[in-house]
Design a protein around this ligand. Structure first.
Ligand code: AMP
Length: 586
């Protein structure tokens, strides 16, 4: 049975893990690092770069480099490059394909099964988009799991004692906090809260703004007008932020950053930890609300927490750790790597789904995982009211039915408007789908019995159906929110991805072959020069012809548009030359 990999598909970085000898291990990227930047780039010669290679060239290729795509998951955002439009799912799929490839190289076998993690606060559309990205990448996504749950799972393996744990997860783009109960072989998520748009990227932006306004004040130049300079400033801002996690101040130096009146301008500034904390104080304060609301929903006081686990790169910031101490009165646990525990938890779950029981250390019992739904689900009823069917933080999987009736006499059809969110009025919540139940039996208002059922699977993905109990007519939801990819769009994207993998192979072959052919032609010409005089005239002519045939093909080939046919032609010409010139080539 093929192994299931656990993927933490992060806003900034992604991480992959797999179970080996009952332990989750991290799969290193091609460049040897333990996480892969979630960055995709399209080079001008048609090459696609993912990960470290894409991140490195971002400065010089800003408008063709995509980072933080996770922030767009489940929205109608798209990017157009070389006339082709890419949705967030397709870009995420490119990252997943790279991770899949690296896992295959590491394991030496094909990988088709995965568990992917998402922020607990992701709504149905965002979860579905993540699952679709997996499918496009050729992965069977066995489960979508909340990141904090996943972190707790890797924690649960090492610590058998029963306790309530807070997972405080501040990554690159999202903040999640979950209260989890571990014990008696069960990991149960009691409550979860968070902010979909809060993370390390916001801290970087504050430093960037600080640099830009200081530069303007010092040099009178607005860096925002210089695209390439801005990219360097953004990178330097992130670097400075990271350094301030271990140092009291940092030196930001960017020589030759921009030009004014034909003169180069350099940037040289010092940022102290205290200044940085002032810049981001309100952002860190914003984590307090979700922490309190998760505690309230779980019905516990902070003093009842056994442990506080930090997840996500941004929890390395001392001011963030101080805030956690202040909010919980606890010293956060630091024995878990905040960058890796989410992927490891997903690998553990993947292995369990494959039928291998996970055993809680200390208890010797297998673990059961109970996840929750992050936001309440309702349908719109008379007067634009959101009538709740499933409360947030209900344990998954869940199925809930309720009977509704018509509002007008002799109404023949009803619209079922499905909403996600906590607000009492429909318009203040997020629409996740609409459909009509038609052919209701003619009857006075309030007489027809329409049963609406919400079915949420273990991934947190929802199916809604409505049934007229009189006629037995039933209709299931077709999500109309245009952020969701249709089945045909997903199929098209899967085909494109598979085709790209093929094109990629041809391009790789062509690159190797052209370089070999070029070297062969050069060596042949050199040999002709040195030995031409003593050679048989017919053979010399033959070699010259074969060599110019190779050179002609080489000058024609364009790597960004190369086809299988070009490769075959060049290979044949090269073989012909190797044969005829074998006598003069040593
Ligand atoms: P994640 O999404 O968990 O990979 O977190 C990525 C975020 O953590 C990015 O915004 C990074 O800049 C940030 N990060 C990583 N290392 C550090 C560090 N040492 N200090 C501050 N922030 C960091």
């Amino acid at each position: 049975m093929s192994k299931v990999i656990g993927i933490d598909l992060g806003t900034t970085n992604s991480c992959v893990s797999v179970m080996e000898n009952e332990e989750p291990v991290i799969i290193p990227s091609g460049s040897g690092s333990r996480t892969t930047p979630s960055v995709v780039a399209f080079t001008k010669n048609g090459e696609r770069l993912v990960g470290e290679a894409a991140r490195r060239q971002a400065v010089t290729n800003t408008d063709r480099t995509i980072s933080s795509v996770k922030r767009h998951m489940g929205t109608d955002w798209s990017v157009r490059i070389d006339g082709k439009e890419y949705k967030p799912q397709t870009i995420s799929a490119m990252i997943l394909m790279q991770l899949k490839k690296e896992a295959e190289e590491f394991l030496g076998e094909p990988v088709t099964e995965a568990v992917i993690t998402v922020p607990a606060y992701f709504n149905d559309i965002q979860r579905q988009a993540t699952k679709d990205a997996g499918r496009i990448a050729g992965l069977n996504v066995k489960r979508i799991i909340n990141e904090p749950t996943s972190a707790a799972l890797s924690y649960g393996l090492n610590h058998g004692e029963a306790q309530k744990v807070m997972v405080y997860d501040l990554g690159g783009g999202t903040f999640d906090v979950s209260i989890i109960e571990i014990g008696d072989g069960v990991i149960e998520v009691l409550a979860t809260a968070g902010d979909n748009h809060l993370g390390g990227d916001d801290f970087d932006e504050r430093i960037t703004n600080w640099i830009v306004s200081n530069f303007k004040a010092e040099q009178g130049v607005d860096l925002r007008k210089d695209f390439a300079a801005m990219q360097r400033v953004k990178e330097a801002a992130e670097q400075a932020k990271k350094e301030l996690s271990s140092m009291d101040s940092t030196h930001i130096m960017l020589p030759y950053l921009t030009q004014a009146k034909g003169e180069p301008l350099h940037l040289d500034m010092v940022l102290s930890r205290v200044q940085f904390q002032k810049l981001v104080d309100d952002l860190i304060e914003r984590t307090a609300g979700p922490v309190q609301s998760a505690l309230n929903d779980a019905g516990i006081a902070a003093s009842e927490l056994g442990r506080v686990i930090l997840v996500g790169g941004s929890t390395r910031i001392p001011a963030v750790q101080d805030k956690v101490r202040m909010l919980t009165g606890k010293e956060p646990s630091k024995n878990i790597n905040p960058d890796e525990c989410v992927a490891k938890g997903a690998a553990i779950l993947g292995s369990t789904l494959q039928g291998n029981a996970i055993v809680a250390a200390g208890t010797g019992e297998s673990l059961l995982l109970l996840d929750v739904i992050p936001l309440s689900l309702s349908i719109e009823t008379v007067g634009g009211v959101a009538t709740r069917l499933v409360d947030r933080n209900s344990t998954l999987p869940i199925r809930y039915s309720r009977v509704f009736s018509t509002a007008a006499p002799y109404q023949r059809d009803v619209e079922i408007h499905v909403l996600q969110g906590e607000r009492p009025m429909a318009r203040d919540n997020r629409t996740i789908g609409k459909f009509r139940l038609k052919g209701i039996k003619r009857a006075p208002a309030g007489v027809p019995q329409i049963e609406v059922t919400f079915d949420i699977d273990a991934n947190g993905i929802l199916t809604v159906s409505a049934k007229d109990l009189d006629t037995g007519k039933e209709q299931s939801i077709t999500i109309t929110a245009n952020e969701r990819m249709s089945e045909s769009e997903i199929r098209q994207a899967m085909q494109d991805a598979a085709q790209y993998a093929g094109v990629d192979q041809v391009r790789k072959e062509a690159m190797e072959l052209t370089s070999e052919a070029r070297s062969l032609a050069a060596r042949t010409q050199q040999a002709l020069k040195e030995q031409g005089k003593q050679m048989d005239k017919v053979l010399k002519k033959q070699i010259k012809n074969d060599c110019s045939a190779v050179q002609k093909l080489l000058s024609k080939i364009r790597l960004d548009k190369v086809t299988e046919m070009d490769v075959q032609e060049l290979r044949a010409a090269k073989e012909q030359l190797e044969q005829s010139a074998s006598g003069i080539l040593m």
